[in-house]
Design a protein around this ligand. Structure first.
Ligand code: ATP
Ligand code: MG
Ligand code: MG
Length: 552
């Protein structure tokens, strides 16, 4: 039996299990800040944290890191929960909020003050920043650092009671202003903020900083492996200092490389700018790398989970190729999406020897990858639509589609021959193609013995229905829109990321398609029904083209 190789976090966990740490428990958490919608980077963290809990028969908490009242909203909490569920993970009854620990955190802060390990500082934020030193030179101690324990206890109590203005005072840990780890240079633990919190309303006017809240929340939940992205490696000495100094549960922080994806940005702050400045139509715009955007566009949860699995867990930052995600989406939809026929840019084709008003039923295979999916009926009529790009007046030899005197098969129907065509005299554009069909060539009962090279998709002009198709391209023109220090990432927005086709045609059976239903439009790509679709106006998103159009 071949043992699948472990990623480095699994190696750490298995070593901990061998050493009997944490009584053999594995307990992780996913800690989103409810200040925006989840993106594909978060999906990676969700798959990792919930996946490890599953693999090692442990638990994974969902903890909202809601310590910045100004930026956080209930709508984000709701959206985050919906996205995690959609992705296929279940936190059961382990839904926690850092704000639930405000009282406990306050008590722990009092404990630090009482042991001489924290003090109230009257310096401004600017003064504190200016005296922190540099990585190679020590910082300067605050003139308020020598306050007595009693004075600090009293002042902190007054801070909590709302007796000072915002910015007048902060609570700082008293560690070492000369530490080589700059995060240990008396980090701020509390700030005064008169802001209403979505959950605790106006109960508190002092709010914990990330570093003070995060590790202690991990410890209070007895998280064994606190997994975060590499930027937080420099915070680790502080994470450990708080836990050791307080003598609380020894959660361990471990870092992995964040996911960066080509031609997009993965930062809620930047994605918010795109939404607020109207570069996209909301957090769930199908061009957004958010889970809600990807879901709306037709990416499946299985495809995203598979992608996260495939890319693995790295120790160094890099940019993952967007093609890898699209491959995963195609791979999943190929197995599951019913095939239908749709014509993006229609060109009229008249079958001159087929009687007007007649309907011939053709039988089409719903999914060649899935025999259980069965067949369906589609109508063949005298007037049809084919794709504009499937006809050329002077086709080169290798063009196996339609041209004067050429023959092709119309999929699931007949072999037809092009006899003539009309052109708009002003624009030179071909407006109608005329052809004849051979009645002996019907798919499934062809007795003609004819062979043709090309097979075209088509839709009946009289029975087919209108649809709006939204085609997407990457959102940015640069693989790393963040890569240029001189230029704002929005400079690289792709002005052609959305193309709307309003005159497309689809087979009549799609009339009953519901929002989010997936299809493969034969030869064209994967499409799903958009939420904007109504009974009178069908709207589809192109999830992904059949092949990678971007390949050189
Ligand atoms: P953003 O910069 O997009 O706001 P964040 O890290 O501030 O991201 P949080 O809501 O705090 O957002 O993130 C929740 C969890 O998701 C954290 O543990 C974080 O490390 C992880 N995470 C965020 N972005 C990525 C990413 N690109 N790749 C992997 N994990 C990520
Ligand atoms: Mg964060
Ligand atoms: Mg952030």
């Amino acid at each position: 039996e071949v043992k699948p190789s472990l990623n480095f976090i699994e190696e750490i966990i298995e070593e901990d299990l061998r050493l009997g740490k944490n009584e053999g428990r594995v307990h992780t958490r996913f800690p989103p800040e409810p200040n925006g919608y989840l993106h594909i980077g978060h999906a990676k963290s969700i798959c990792l944290n919930f996946g490890l809990a599953e693999k090692y028969h442990g638990l994974c908490n969902l903890r909202f890191d809601d310590t910045n009242p100004e930026k956080e909203e209930q709508q984000y909490i709701d959206a985050i929960k919906k996205d995690i569920q959609w992705l296929g993970f279940d936190w059961g009854d382990r839904e926690f909020y850092a704000s639930d620990y405000f009282q406990k955190l306050y008590e722990l802060a009092v404990q630090l003050i009482a042991s001489g390990k924290a003090y109230v500082d009257d310096q401004t934020a600017e003064e504190i920043a200016a005296t922190r030193g540099t990585p190679t030179t020590p910082g300067t101690e605050s003139p308020f650092r020598t306050r007595s324990v009693d004075e600090n206890l009293a002042l902190f109590e007054q801070m909590k009671a709302g007796e000072f203005e915002e910015g007048a005072k902060v609570l700082r840990a008293k560690i070492d202003m000369a530490s080589p780890h700059t995060y240990l240079r008396d980090p701020v633990m509390y700030r005064i903020k008169y802001a209403e919190h979505p959950r605790t309303a106006n109960q508190w006017c002092i709010y914990p900083t990330y570093d003070w809240a995060h590790g202690q929340s991990d410890a209070l939940e007895e998280i064994t492996h606190s997994i975060c992205t590499l930027e937080f490696k420099v915070h680790r000495p502080l994470y450990e200092w708080y836990i050791e100094t307080l003598g609380i549960f020894p959660s361990k922080q471990r870092e992995f490389a964040r996911l960066n994806l080509g031609y997009t940005v993965l930062s809620k702050r930047k994605l918010r700018q795109l939404v607020e400045e109207d570069y996209v139509n909301g957090w769930d715009d199908p061009r957004m790398p958010t889970l809600s955007g990807m879901r709306r566009r037709g990416y499946t949860a299985a495809a995203i989970r598979n992608f996260c699995d495939t890319i693995g867990i790295a120790k160094r930052d890099g940019i993952v190729d967007l093609a890898l995600l699209e491959h995963s989406v195609r791979d999943n939809l190929n197995k599951t999406a019913p095939r239908v026929m749709g014509v993006l840019r229609p060109l009229k084709l008249v079958i001159t020897n087929f009687p007007e008003g007649d309907i011939e039923i053709c039988h089409a295979v719903n999914n060649p990858e899935d025999p259980e999916a069965g067949t369906r009926e589609i109508p063949f009529t005298r007037e049809l639509f084919i794709e504009k790009t499937d006809f050329m007046e002077e086709p080169p030899k290798k063009f196996f589609r339609l041209g004067p005197d050429r023959e092709v098969r119309l999929k699931y129907a007949y072999i037809i021959k092009c006899e003539s065509y009309d052109k708009d005299p002003e624009t030179g554009e071909v407006t109608t193609v005329y052809g004849t069909y051979d009645p002996n060539t019907k798919s499934g009962s062809d007795t003609s013995g004819k062979k043709v090279k090309g097979t075209l998709s088509w839709v009946s002009a009289t029975e087919g229905i209108d649809a709006e198709l939204r085609l997407y391209d990457r959102l940015f023109t640069e693989e790393n829109p963040d890569g240029d220090k001189e230029k704002d990432f929005k400079t690289f927005i792709n002005p052609e990321s959305l193309e709307v086709l309003t005159g497309s045609k689809v087979e009549p059976g799609l009339k009953t398609a519901k929002a989010l239903d997936h299809f493969q439009f034969e030869r064209q790509g994967y499409f799903n029904v958009d939420m904007d679709s109504t009974d009178t106006k069908l709207v589809f998103n192109r999830t992904v083209a059949l092949r990678d159009n971007w390949a050189k």
